[in-house]
Design a protein around this ligand. Structure first.
Ligand SMILES: [Zn+2]
Length: 847
């Protein structure tokens, strides 16, 4: 009988194996062939077929993307594991959250559990190879008889996400298909490949502004708790062929050292095996570091998961590129020249480099990783359990013990948003159930508390504490070494939320809660009411009201400003619901003299054809979230004589290099392009041109408001001949360097831009901008000024002494209109809730 069943099973698996068509048969060309790409629908349809045919594969739709495409994941493992995924998930959850699980009880769970291995592909859409690799991986793992791979699948469950950004995958394939055979073949599309974020979609992994990040956070931190995460990327074409960890310095002081050691070991093992298999040009320990928390391959390190990044050299989308040996270059300070050294043992000699090569490198790395994980399953799972358990214990024996988030905040809605973001990373939030005292301060039942005794202790500490980036120099006394990304992301400081760190042992009576803005608003009766712009959610409500033509007035200014409206008996119930939903308190106003009436300004956002102006995209994201309508203006809209500026009141430029605003891509070129090299069509290359500059001048003279953020201030100062000077414009990096830093400013609270702001704020700087204004025939407002001392709040700042007394935010009258210069990142990556109001207040007119 047993024998009979076994025979039937073998027959069954042979049959199913046969019924999975190979990608080549199914699509009619080999995957990775030059100039052939699969689009998202083709990929998803094929993967579904594989899942239907193979007992080793299960398919799940995680949700939908920003633009409505399916976001999907495959489970790939031995058929016996696929058949009992729910059981394995329970084991996984137990060791991931071992609040009550001692090591004796953990042992059988570790033994019987499987290792979960999340492989994420193609987050950066022009790094297109991995999306194509996905179908081959799925097919081969579904059908392989290779004993090493089938043995590995018995111990490992692979979670395969074929693209972290399906919208962009489709956009790039569509662009490639349109341009192949034209002079633009191999160029990247001149549009953002993520609707809001473009390449910055891989900077969102603790803030979760994007739908795609939210869906994967669910997989990582709530559903499957993979112990190992592997995210595949591509880099430039002229360096090494393939990067794997060890990462470059610096390391994060809060990530567990043993976890980094295992990350290093895994990277080195795979490198060795790839050398065995004849892959050349493999590099480790350069450029890419693991200090910045917000990327897909790194954030999991703060949650005790091994995080692997790979970077393959790029072709030109699916078109090959020829690399003469002398065109090959070193990569960063740890590979200064393209020659053999210990982290680059076998330099690739040069030649043709194609889509197929990238897939081969990426696939080999994935298979070797899979085998290593299977062979070391027990060690890795035990370590995952141990680190989770240790983090819980440390939270009760080492500082910090708690973070307290009082209910009574300057902006309660920002505090709630911050807590909700933490929840996405599976941070447990509590409320105090009794009043308590800490450091002589009284706290109340209902105040939020975050116990640090949680598996993700490192994640909690790093997100809620100040950052002190090491002062790394190129050589002693030399210029600062550029960090891989920004050097601070402290949520409370970015978001204007008061959080108290508890460094002394304390026990707080508390219970878990799901934070929501909801507020109990007493029944409204007809009459005048006021609400405060202190709460960011007040702007959602304001926009809701203005959109419905409900008149709203503004009284007072700065910290004491308030919005006033008359509630009619007919609208009372609806408004009560709206205010309670957004958690904004209202108070009755007696004998109102309403003050100036607010009207929505018609907003225009300049969107260049240069996609890596991320600031523009993040601006659209927050305007959509806070329900501000806006128009997008392109180069041609500004260039043309009857330009669209006539239809708007406020024009916004996100942070962008001055030259590229006027001259587009052509302004960025430092030398002529070699004959026949890929080139974008001319309409995308030109920028706004001289006529665009003249049209902006006229727009402001005629009464418009022009807003320039970050680097765009340099453009405005020159192009509009403003009475302002950026004193850091020519500063060397040794003199001044602010690579993503939080600093303090004092605000002129008489400016309507500061409505709802406290008199002091933390702003985010990621540039060299400090303004001085000149004598002028009209009154200029220095709205935000750097204070005389203690400017730096968090992150790295070289040359702090250059800032005191200079201006970060200036309002300059210009003809009948106004120019506003934000010499900082007012809405940095959609995260700086603490300064959004300084921008939002510019989006209303007063009558
Ligand atoms: Zn990338």
């Amino acid at each position: 009988m047993t024998r009979y069943i076994a025979t039937v099973l073998v027959l069954f698996s042979l049959l199913t194996a046969q019924s999975v068509p190979s990608p080549e048969k199914y699509f009619g060309f080999p995957i990775g062939a030059d100039r052939h790409l699969l689009d998202w629908e083709q990929i998803v349809t094929y993967l579904q077929k594989v899942a239907n045919a193979s007992p080793r594969v299960a398919f799940q739709q995680l949700g939908t993307t920003t633009q409505g495409r399916p976001m999907v994941m495959l489970f790939i493992s031995d058929s016996a594991n696929i058949a009992q995924l729910e059981h394995l998930q329970r084991l996984q959850q137990s060791i991931a959250e071992p609040f009550q699980l001692d090591s004796a009880a953990a042992k059988p769970l570790i033994r019987n559990g499987k290792l979960f291995f999340l492989v994420t592909l193609n987050i950066h859409s022009i790094e297109i190879a991995a999306s194509q690799e996905a179908v081959e991986l799925a097919y081969e793992l579904a059908t392989t008889e290779d004993s090493a791979l089938t043995a590995a699948l018995k111990e490992v469950v692979m979670l395969l996400v074929p693209s972290l950004n399906p919208d962009g995958q489709d956009m790039v394939v569509d662009w490639y298909r349109k341009t192949v055979g034209t002079p633009a073949e191999g160029t990247r599309p001149p549009f953002k490949y993520h609707f809001y974020a473009d390449h910055d979609n891989n900077r969102d992994w603790f803030f979760f502004n994007l739908k795609e990040s939210q869906l994967i956070a669910q997989v990582l931190y709530h559903d499957w708790y993979p112990e190992v995460v592997y995210d595949q990327h591509q880099m430039g074409s002229t360096g090494a062929r393939f990067f794997l960890p060890p990462y470059n310095d610096p390391v994060s002081p809060v990530v567990a050292p043993s976890l980094m050691a295992h990350t290093n070991a895994l990277g080195k093992y795979v490198i060795a095996r790839m050398h065995d298999a004849g892959f050349r040009g493999l590099v480790t320990n350069t450029i890419f570091n693991a200090y910045f928390m917000g990327t897909m391959s790194k954030t999991p390190l703060w949650q005790n998961r091994i995080g692997i990044l790979s970077e393959a050299a790029s072709a030109r989308l699916a078109s090959p590129i020829y690399l003469p040996h002398s065109s090959l270059r070193g990569m960063g300070q740890e590979l200064p020249e393209y020659k053999q050294q210990t982290n680059f043992l076998d330099p690739w000699p040069g030649g043709w480099w194609r889509l197929r090569d990238i897939i081969d490198y990426e696939k080999a790395a994935t298979y070797h990783m899979l085998q290593y994980l299977a062979e070391n399953k027990s060690v890795l799972k035990r370590n995952f359990y141990r680190l989770n358990r240790q983090a819980i214990e440390k939270g009760t024996t080492e500082s910090p013990y708690y973070f307290i988030v009082p209910q009574n905040q300057w902006d309660r809605s920002a505090a709630i948003t911050m807590l909700q973001k933490l929840r996405l990373g599976n941070v447990k939030i509590h409320v105090a159930t009794q009043d308590f005292v800490y450091n002589g301060r009284q706290f109340h039942a209902g105040d939020f508390v975050i116990p640090v005794a949680q598996p993700n202790r490192a994640y909690i500490i790093d997100l809620l504490s100040r950052h002190h980036y090491p002062d790394l120099r190129q050589f002693p006394g030399g210029p600062p070494r550029r960090p891989y990304d920004v050097t601070t992301w402290t949520l409370p400081l970015q978001m204007g939320v008061e959080v108290i760190r508890v460094d002394n042992p304390l026990s707080i009576a508390s219970k878990p809660v799901e934070p929501a803005p909801l507020l109990d608003i007493p029944e409204l009766t007809a009459g005048w009411y006021a609400f405060s712009p202190r709460h960011l959610n007040s702007y959602r409500i304001l926009n809701y009201l203005l959109h419905r033509k409900v008149p709203v007035h503004v009284q007072g200014q700065g910290p004491t400003a308030r919005f006033v409206l008359r509630v009619t008996a007919r609208k009372a119930a609806e408004l009560q619901d709206v205010f309670s939903l957004y958690g904004v308190p209202l108070e009755p106003v007696s004998g109102a003299t309403p003050g100036a009436k607010l009207q929505p300004a018609r907003i225009g956002i300049y969107q260049p054809y240069i996609p890596w102006v991320y600031d523009e995209g993040w601006l659209r994201l927050i305007l959509d979230e806070f329900q501000f309508p806006y128009h997008v203006l392109r180069d041609e809209d500004l260039r043309e004589k009857n330009n669209r500026l006539k239809t708007i009141d406020v024009l916004v430029f996100g942070s962008q290099d001055a030259k590229s605003i006027v001259k587009g891509y052509d302004g960025l070129r430092t030398q002529p392009q070699p004959e026949g090299e890929p080139q974008l069509p001319a309409k995308y290359r030109k920028g706004i041109g001289k006529s665009g500059v003249e049209n902006i001048r006229q727009f402001v003279r005629n009464g418009g408001t022009a807003i320039f953020i970050g680097e765009a201030c340099n453009f405005a100062i020159d192009a509009l001949h403003l009475p302002a000077r950026n004193v850091l414009k020519d500063a060397s990096r040794t003199d001044f360097f602010a690579p993503g830093t939080l600093v303090r400013v004092s605000l002129d609270t008489a400016s309507p831009l500061t409505n709802g702001m406290p008199p002091e704020a933390n702003i985010y700087i990621n540039n060299s901008l400090a303004l001085k204004l000149m004598p002028y025939h009209q009154e200029i407002r220095e709205t935000a000024v750097y204070p005389p001392y203690d400017v730096r709040v968090s992150g790295w700042l070289v040359g702090e002494q250059k800032l005191p007394g200079t201006v970060a935010l200036a309002e300059i009258p210009y003809g009948n209109g106004k120019v506003i210069l934000y010499g900082f990142r007012v809405h940095h990556r959609g995260q700086t809730y603490g300064t959004f109001k300084l921008l939002f207040n510019a989006f209303y007119r007063m009558k």
